[in-house]
Design a protein around this ligand. Sequence first.
Ligand code: CA
Length: 228
Amino acid sequence: MTEVMILVVEDEAAISTLIQFTLEQAGFVVQCVPSVEAAQPLLQARLADVLLLDWMLPGLSGLDFIRQLRNDIRSRDLPIILLTARGEETDKEQGLNLGADDYITKPFSPRELIARINALLRRRAPQKTSVPLRIYGLELDPQQQRVQVNGQTIPFGPSEFKLLHFFMTHPDRIYTRSQLLDLVWGDHVFVEERTVDVHIRRLRRGLETVGHDHLIQTVRGSGYRFSP
Ligand code: CA
């Protein structure tokens, strides 16, 4: 399965340790930091797939951070789950209104946490899940890491596979190189945009062997689109 990176911002060490253990057991890659100030440079370097964000933090609060992230085009769509100890409905509403995708009230069970994260990924980042896909003549099985056309398997490297998985879950939309770096590789700082072109070329070459390279379209001055 594709690697899923979860950034956890939680200042209570005991809770943070428990979350880290739970998520790693479930196969996620986890980074834990105790404050928004510590999370900012990490997200700047690499966009996480999911942000688990505590509400009450020293320094900037979880709500301040959500406001900040939603105002930035790069993190506008970052899936965020707010962790809150508060039971008040109005507080939860405030969090959701500001742009959190979901919230979990502490204390929560490991099972509930994993279920919420998976539900959010299915909704917001389907390229990170292992649901088999079939679109425009291509069949992709994330669990087997296999792409087929009419029963014929096309051999792809891990990067081309990830890129195609993303396209097949986001068809008919134009993505810039920078967006693809963030959304497919989670990284817009350490990987050059030209790298995207290299993988696009390999992807097309593979699809060409089954006559489907037209599905990867260059949109001049903008980026790429997966479309018939
Ligand atoms: Ca706290």
